[in-house]
Design a protein around this ligand. Structure first.
Ligand SMILES: [Zn+2]
Length: 121
């Protein structure tokens, strides 16, 4: 069922589903996780090998902007999986909220259309 073809009851049902999904979201965090590979200052190190340099890493970084302030910090390897889940949950939260707001707008439209229909004009 595409938006624009739903009646008020269908829209209400979908909003109720979204609310349940929002309640079920676990811990969340904004941002994204990136992997970094570095070169060190040690002249004889494998990261400086002329034929097959092997850089150090991966190092994991979390970057996010919240209330206008950007932050970046390193994650320990054992923190990465949990943070990936939190970042995914945040993305899901935004998707669910967007759909809810879209439905709220659509609901207003559908209500006006149905009132018009009942009045018979
Ligand atoms: Zn090195």
């Amino acid at each position: 069922m595409t938006i624009g073809m739903m009646n008020v009851i269908q829209i209400q049902r979908r909003i109720a589903q979204l609310q349940q999904q929002l309640l079920a979201l676990g811990p969340l965090h904004p941002g994204s996780i990136s992997e970094q590979y570095n070169v060190c200052g040690n002249p004889g190190c494998r990261c400086k090998d002329s034929k097959k340099p092997q850089k150090h890493g991966p190092y994991y970084q979390l970057s996010y902007t919240w209330q206008g302030k950007s932050s970046t910090r390193f994650l320990r390897p054992e923190q990465v999986e949990e943070m990936r889940q939190k970042v995914a949950n945040y993305k899901r939260l935004r998707e669910l909220m967007n759909e809810w707001v879209g439905l709220a707008v659509e609901r207003e439209r559908a209500e006006r259309a149905e009132e018009k229909h009942h009045r018979g004009d």
